[in-house]
Design a protein around this ligand. Sequence first.
Ligand code: HEM
Length: 452
Amino acid sequence: MKNKISLLFIYLSLISLLFAVLLGCLASFQYIYPNALTGILSFQMLRPLHVSMVIAWIFSSALAGIYYYLPKIVNRPMYSKKLTYFHLQVFVITGLLILYSYFTKSFGGREYWAFPPYLSIPILVSWLFLIVNFFMTLLNYVLFSLSENTGFMKTRIPVYIWMWSVGILFFFFTFIESYLWLIPYFRENIVRDIMVQWKSYGSLVGSWNLLVYGTALYVMDKISGKSISIGKMAYFLFFLGLTNLILGWSHHLYILPTAKWIRYVGYAISMSELLILARMIWLWKKTIKPPEKGKYYLPYLFLISADFWIICNLVLAIIMSVPALNIYTHGTHITVAHTMGSTIGINSMILLASIFYILYDSKIILEEDKGMQVSKKGFWIMNVSFFIFWINLIIIGVLKSYYSFKGLHHQQIMNLLSPYFIGFFITGICLFIGVLCVVFPILNKKYFNLFS
Ligand code: HEM
């Protein structure tokens, strides 16, 4: 049966993804021609626009999954249908206001939340709708199970429920924390300010990672028909994720005068978390029999590619975190490769797996649909071009550090790097084509007859 709210979130997420990639391409064009689009869309405007659309994509696709999976898990509808629609409406309206603020050059925020700080209020309110709805749905289920004596107390709760619960709650608090700079006590002391800023951003990413990893485990369980999410390794992953959320941010504080061991602990936790997830997907792959693979071929492919990207990002993270190298790489395109590597390679692949799973599961698309052949081709175009894109970014980062070390001026460095910037733009366009091929067949009106 169709779950309309989930489909609306999917629709929104796919549109956000397309715009995110398109805006990324426009931003990369300005590496080659810095004055292109001057007066219309400057890099200072394109970067926050691109990043905001990326965040919208990640959250709306993760929410589509939670609103689809939770009713199935507890075998009852969400606590309040109205709240789910309020959530969507506030999400869309705030998103549009954020875009409007960027186009009218009204900034005022910081880093990933570059929009005026007052727009964070509706974001918090919409998240409160989710908190109430999610936990009341769970509570009703628990009360019902206890009253009916279904043996609920003896069953092990699948780890994705814990991951979503903690991810949802922590996002709320760390989002507030990321605005502590509005209070002079934090803003007026630079060390305190940077510390709180990076701590909150690290934890924010940690909380959305829990939403995404929970989604991956749910989809893995469903495709294989096995209960991986109640196994010891799954719980270990959850506790690592939780610890990462609380402490993992500390490896970002390279420029602050903190004790070295604090960074190493944060670093070790983040690495172990990725390693365990990679191992789980790898072991899960071995449990899949051909029929399941055929039935859910695209979600399967996207999960396997997430596994590949986890390994790539792990290797990069290990190399770039060696203190002697980090002095040179910090703030270069190697950091961008790391961020985009995780958001495209890990988060987006898992979230696309989830979207295709939902569409297959609700029989909105069928494996034999013609459009699925296009999506499969898109999958390969996306992954191959992203691989070259990613390597190219790393090369830009390495060369930039090397030329800076040699004492070259900014303009000289930019001239020497220009062939790689062209490569960045071209592979970005190929990535866009790949995403378009993946997304276009499922954006077809036939599937999303939502407004009828
Ligand atoms: C699903 C697709 C994408 C995702 C999830 C994504 C994600 C991100 C993220 C998270 C950042 C912030 C990086 C940081 O703060 O270190 C970023 C920056 C950027 N992205 Fe993307 N990106 C995507 C696709 C693209 C594409 C196709 C291009 C085109 C070449 C592109 C070009 C850029 C540029 C130019 C920046 C700014 C880098 C800078 O600050 O110099 N992105 N992207």
